[in-house]
Write a protein that binds this ligand. Structure first.
Ligand code: IVH
Length: 698
């Protein structure tokens, strides 16, 4: 759901605005009404998965509330839905807070025998009383404690060391599935206590994780190894506006306090759901060890089709009285245990560590290993990310290492088999201090984990990387050139930067070789053709750090020509919805570099397009169509597809109904959506089909 901020030209007056003046009781009432409505729609969308209104209608209500709050600061409320978009004003410095009740962790096991022993221990501890066990998913994120007073979120604290944690309330407020104000329970349903604590897990769903890592890869920033690290990194980010964009989610699984309504943990969680919390619908109550094993077996398989990562199953005695009777050890409750799924792991020999240099000069160490089978693929290489990771593993030449698939996608070295180290004095592997290609001394900027080669004008992989980026499909789209040709031209001294491309001649490329003439003509023509590329593509092609495809489009639409963009101030840029201070700084620094200004001049002199018209829509190819997006994508992010749908006149809706025109279906579409689509006979279009549908050249 988008929440575009305060461009006054987009503000649509509501009926309310036509009132003669802001009479205070009316303003307050309207603000309260809007807040209540937005909370309700938010919950429908993020918790219940069943929106009642369109994104546009939601945005219109949100804009109205933002305007009113801006005009009436006296009605500020930290729990207003407008606060969910975060702000870069002031930084979070996470005061430490002591937990009212310590946040214990759970005893862990990977072993079914120990699950059976747990069951026996519980039976013995309860002197033969009947009992049931709640079987729950073990969410792979980070635990969070939420405090509510009079139905309003007042504090969110991380686990920390279990006794005290970080106050991350401002960041948690941006997580759309966390209720800021609780729903009034229906009649006959027990109300929430005036003061209570609820605990759960903040996690990053696969969708958000893949999108985040894709954009980090585009910007050559270090990738997050798994969604847990990404969730935890995001929650500790100082800028709430950044957190708001990370697509975090939260499931709640434990209600605390002396005044909680029900005697059964399961019933309490159902109640919590009715108050507005996101509670898993997959919890089951088991009466026997066999029931528990059935649950474990099912989820060991079915977890792969969940939209988020789980790393096991949690088993909890259901009755609160029985929980109290069983009590706690010093570290963990006796009434609960976690069964963890085994990560698929392999052992292999480390052959060497080599270093890649990216187009921004970022250096990535890579482990080369003897090929080994892991979860259905052969693994030969694993990223070691940066110096800290390399040092943390304490690798030595000739070591045997353990490889795991983190979140089942990227292979990671998780440790060294030190028992296989035969030579006590084996040489430790140190990070390099000069560029492996150009030999320049590397630098590490404060606060960054990566090392960089600063020799961007002369270091060959950086030069070639920038040219490859410039010609790539989403940039200038010069498809008759590829990495090998770029390499060849570079080695032959024909190109040293992207502007040189526009001076290549057929003679340069083909020489006297008549055979090559035809393809040389094609290449020269394709390069010439690229001069007409959209201004947004040109901006993206320049390879300014943090300026991805979407940001480039936003910038192009805001400045319309290179002169305006070149002279844009940090303040101007930061004000743009979707840009923010980090990107703004990167753009300003890029244009402050004399060498980049010269490059722009040469591109301009060659005739490369440096301007655009204000666009309202790209086409009406999707006019009247309601489109559901589902699954994960490779060519564009989900956000970009949403934007494309809007730009081509279509409407993005979140749930499938008989009014849905088609589903833009990526990989791993959820089974329930697939079933529904089949039942209603809604067509599925994959990425390629969708892109060719909107391709304007057709
Ligand atoms: S209950 C006293 N339930 O696993 C009970 N924990 O060491 C406390 N977790 O720190 C936790 N899913 O971060 C519980 N359904 C679930 C869970 C869960 C994930 C995490 C939690 C906890 C760790 C266990």
């Amino acid at each position: 759901m988008s929440t575009s901020t305060s461009d006054p030209s987009h503000y649509q007056p509501s009926l309310f605005d036509q009132l003669p003046d802001d009479s205070h009781t009316d303003v307050k009432a309207r603000i309260e009404h809007l807040r209540a409505e937005l909370h309700r729609h938010n919950r429908n969308y993020y918790v219940l998965n069943s929106p009642e209104i369109s994104d546009q209608e939601f945005d219109a209500l949100m804009r109205e509330l933002q305007e009113l709050e801006a005009r009436h600061p006296e009605y500020f409320d930290a729990n207003s839905p407008t606060q969910r978009v975060g702000s870069d004003l002031g930084s979070n410095n996470f005061p430490t807070v002591r937990h009212q009740t310590p946040m214990l962790s759970l005893g862990n096991t990977y072993n079914r025998g120990e699950v059976a022993e747990f069951f026996e221990r519980v039976r013995d501890g309860l002197d033969g009383e009947p009992f049931s066990i709640c079987c729950e998913l073990k969410f792979d994120g980070l635990s969070i404690s939420l405090i509510y007073d009079d139905g309003r979120l007042t504090r969110a604290v991380t686990r920390g060391d279990g006794q005290q944690g970080d106050d991350v309330t401002a960041n948690v407020r941006t997580i759309k599935s966390v209720p800021l104000i609780l729903d009034r329970p229906e009649k006959d349903v027990p109300a929430w206590p005036a003061h209570f604590e609820i605990r759960g897990e903040v996690l990053m769903p696969w969708d958000s994780f893949n999108r985040l890592n894709q954009s980090r890869a585009d910007n050559e920033e270090p990738l997050f190894a798994n969604p847990r690290n990404a969730a935890s990194g995001s929650l500790k980010t100082k800028d709430t506006a950044v957190v708001a964009k990370r697509g975090l989610d939260a499931y709640l699984y434990f209600l605390l306090g002396s005044n909680i309504p029900e005697e059964s943990h399961y019933e309490n969680m159902q109640l919590a759901r009715s108050w507005g919390f996101k509670v898993s619908e997959h919890t089951r109550r088991a009466q026997s060890v066999d029931d528990i094993f059935e649950f474990i077996d099912y989820w060991d398989e079915a977890r792969h089709s969940l939209p988020f990562a789980i790393d096991g199953i949690v088993l909890k005695v259901d009755s609160i009285k029985q929980q109290q009777k069983l009590g706690y050890t010093a570290k963990s409750p006796r009434w609960a245990i976690a069964y963890k799924f085994k990560a698929e792991r392999a052992r292999t020999k480390l052959l060497s560590v080599t270093y890649q240099v990216g187009r921004t000069g970022a250096i990535t160490p890579v482990a080369n290993m003897e090929p080994v089978e892991l979860a259905g693929t052969t693994v030969r290489r694993a990223s070691l990310h940066n110096e800290d990771v390399l040092l943390g593993l304490d690798l030595r030449e000739g070591d045997y290492v353990y490889v795991e698939k983190a979140g089942e996608i990227i292979p990671q070295i998780v440790g060294v088999d030190t028992t296989a180290r035969t030579d006590e004095n084996a040489t430790p592997i140190h990070f390099i201090d000069t560029c492996p290609v150009c030999g320049h001394k590397l630098v590490r900027y404060e606060g960054e984990a990566a090392h960089y080669c600063p020799n961007d004008l002369e270091c060959p992989p950086q030069i070639k990387g920038k040219i490859e980026h410039f010609i790539s499909r989403d940039a200038m789209n010069i498809s008759s050139l590829g990495p090998e040709t770029v390499d060849d031209y570079y080695e032959r001294d024909l190109i040293k930067d992207v502007a040189d491309l526009y001076h290549l001649t057929v003679d340069d490329l083909a020489g006297t070789d008549g055979q090559k003439e035809k393809s040389a003509r094609k290449i020269v023509a394709a390069i010439a053709q690229s001069k007409q590329s959209d201004f947004a593509r040109v901006i993206y092609a320049l390879g300014i750090r943090f300026v991805g495809k979407v940001v480039a489009t936003i910038i192009a639409q805001n400045y319309l020509n290179i002169e305006a963009l070149r002279t844009a101030t940090l303040d101007d840029l930061s004000q743009i919805d979707g840009v923010g201070p980090i990107i703004a700084q990167s753009v300003v620094s890029w244009f402050a570099d004399e060498r980049n200004l010269q490059l722009i001049e040469r591109l301009q002199a060659a005739g490369v397009n440096m301007q655009t018209e204000q666009v309202t829509a790209l086409s009406d190819r999707l006019m009247g169509k309601s489109i559901v997006i589902s699954g994960t994508f490779t060519q564009h992010s989900r956000e970009e597809y949403k934007e494309l749908i809007t730009l081509h006149g279509g409407k993005n809706v979140s749930s499938i109904s008989n009014k849905t025109s088609f589903i833009l279906a990526g990989e791993n579409m959820g089974p329930s959506k697939l079933d529904k689509a089949k039942k209603l006979q809604i067509p599925l279009l994959n990425e390629e089909e969708f892109l060719s549908l909107i391709d304007s050249e057709q």
